[in-house]
Structures are given as structure tokens and as C-alpha cells.
Design a binder for this molecule. Structure first.
Ligand code: BMA
Length: 310
């Protein structure tokens, strides 16, 4: 009997691809890696939680997207310079790498006693990272930049918390620092797998069918949250218009490394690489304890946004 494949994303059989044992110093966990291609290499910026409980970002490099060599010291740590210093005292988390018109930007969560804010940095070489600005007030995270300006403006997704609910919002900017025209874009769905909170995960991917967004959705249960991944599509010329959304998740925690860890039942992505043959390599943190890989074709992900689940 053929085993029915439960998820649209297919796990790499040798998951996890990065675990605590791969980090060249003592720390608590490794998870949530952003990925891009730079000068024929895969670059991953991964979140490492140090033993005292604060997160930093380490850089890893790979020739094939499966095997990564990890630096022995962080590339981004809580910043010692104001105004960042005050808002990064509890760590820098969940980076996302976006190349916009030739420049690599990193959006990350700046975490402090004031809560989570979105930070923006840039790099030319993935050796030094220059902080640009903190671009949100507290209570906001999952900042994702679109890879090009649309109608002359930079565009971002983010996830402000209102009440206890987190929806995905969209905002616009002329200079990447001052943002406005903010409005809610995609909302949680009562009674479904993404009923509690949602946030963008992978920076939007430009496709013929629209901007493809791989997002995470949270269902709250009596045993705590379950984090899954889903997809939606935005109109290419007007990304405030959602033109498709999957009814079902594309990846749910099922394997032991996704079920059991510092936070159980979590798959959480910060980045993907689209290969020339249309394969999408989605990198994801599992149970806030390791980094894994799963793949699908771009066409499968687009179809998930538009087909009804039966
Ligand atoms: C989110 C973020 C992620 C984390 C996830 C599950 O709110 O903090 O970094 O992986 O929760 O704990």
C-alpha cells in the first residue's frame, strides 16, 4: 500500500540538517534560519539561543543547500550602540534576508523588556552588518520585505498584535525607514488551523500567479500552540489584494524532531530558496530546537493557494 503523503512540503529524509551538535560552542538551541544565495553559495543566518537565554545570529555557508559549515562566532548580536542597544537587550531573533534591487537587507526581531520590535540591517558581504533603523514600535515582529519596489514604494509585511490576536499587515515606504498606509492583509480563521495567530515567514516570492507568501499559522490548544506553515498569493501589481490562500497547511509538525523540543509542535520558517528548476527549498526551525529542510515545486505551492481541499 502506498503511504498517503500528508504534507505538500516533502521533508528531506536526513532531517534535521542543523542541530545543537553543529554549533561550535556551548549554547541552548538552534532554530529558524534565513537563507539566500550569494556568490554561488547558500548563506544561512540562523538563530542560536545562548545558554543565558538570549538569541544571537550565526552565519552558515553551503555549496549544495543541504550541508552547512557554521561560523564559530555570531554575525549579529545585541547591539551595543543606541538606539538599538535599548531594544535588543534580550536578543536578536528570527532574521529574514531579502535582496532588494542588488542590496541585501536583514529584517529581524529586536527583543527587550519593551517587547518585540522589527529591526532593519544591511550587508554587502555577509561579513559585516550595518544597522539601519528600528522600523516598528513594540508588539510587532515577522517583518518581511518584498524583493522589489512596487509602484515606486518599498513594501513590507509584518505582524502587529492587536488584542491577543495576530494578523498579517502590509505597509509601504519611500526610504525603508518611515512606513505607512498600513492595513490588515490576511486574517486568522476562526476554527481552523490558523485560528490564533499568523505571521509571514518567507519573504514574498514573485511568480507568474502573484506574490507567493509562505506564512506560519498558530492554533491554540489546551496543551499550548501548534505552529504550521501555509501559503497565500497576492496580486503582483497591488499586493494589498489577496488572490488565493490555501485551506490547509503545507507543513504540520509530525516527526519527533518537530513534535518534541524547547517548544513542542512547531514548524517555523524564515526563508526559502527557489532553484532554477522550480524547486523551492524551505528551511524551517523544528520545535525551536533544530533546523530542517522540506521541498515542493513552485507550481505545487501556487496550486495549494487556488485549489479547494476535499
Ligand atoms: C514565535 C517566534 C519564533 C518561534 C515560535 C515558536 O512567536 O518567537 O521564533 O519559533 O514563536 O516558539
Amino acid at each position: 500500500m502506498v503511504r498517503f503523503q500528508q504534507d505538500v512540503l516533502q521533508r528531506w529524509p536526513r532531517n534535521p540538517i542543523i542541530t545543537l551538535e553543529d554549533i561550535p560552542y556551548r549554547c541552548n538551541t538552534v532554530f529558524n534560519g534565513a537563507v539566500t544565495k550569494f556568490k554561488n553559495e547558500y548563506i544561512m543566518m540562523l538563530r542560536v539561543e545562548n545558554l543565558e537565554g538570549h538569541s544571537v545570529v550565526l552565519l552558515a555557508r553551503s555549496n549544495d543547500g543541504y550541508h552547512f559549515a557554521i561560523d564559530d562566532k555570531p554575525c549579529m548580536e545585541p547591539c551595543a550602540v543606541e538606539p538599538f542597544k535599548t531594544y535588543e537587550t534580550k536578543g536578536v531573533e528570527d532574521p529574514r534576508i531579502i535582496c532588494v534591487e542588488g542590496t541585501f537587507y536583514v529584517m529581524y526581531t529586536a527583543y527587550s523588556t519593551y517587547g518585540a520590535r522589527i529591526g532593519l540591517a544591511k550587508t554587502d558581504d555577509f561579513k559585516t552588518f550595518e544597522r539601519i533603523a528600528l522600523i516598528s514600535e513594540p508588539g510587532n515582529k515577522d517583518g518581511l520585505l518584498f524583493p522589489r519596489k512596487i509602484n515606486g514604494k518599498y513594501v513590507r509585511l509584518d505582524r502587529p498584535i492587536g488584542g491577543d490576536i495576530g494578523n498579517i499587515w502590509i505597509s509601504f515606504s519611500h526610504d525603508l525607514i518611515h512606513w505607512g498606509e498600513s492595513r490588515v492583509l490576511v486574517q486568522v480563521r476562526d476554527g481552523q488551523w490558523d485560528q490564533y495567530r499568523i505571521g509571514g515567514s518567507v519573504p514574498p516570492i514573485e511568480t507568474k500567479a502573484g506574490w507567493l507568501e509562505i506564512y506560519h499559522g498558530v492554533k491554540m490548544t489546551s496543551c499550548g500552540p501548534i505552529y504550521r506553515l501555509g501559503v497565500f498569493l497576492m496580486d503582483l501589481n497591488d499586493p494589498t489584494k489577496v488572490v488565493g490562500r490555501s485551506d490547509i497547511p503545507i507543513l504540520s509538525p509530525r516527526e519527533p524532531y518537530e513534535r518534541i523540543g524547547d517548544i513542542n509542535n512547531v514548524v517555523f520558517s524564515c526563508g526559502a530558496v527557489v532553484e532554477d528548476n522550480g524547486e523551492v527549498k524551505v528551511y524551517y526551525g523544528a520545535a525551536d530546537t533544530c533546523i530542517c529542510l522540506a521541498v515542493a515545486t513552485l507550481d505545487e505551492l501556487i496550486a495549494s493557494c487556488t485549489q479547494e481541499y476535499r
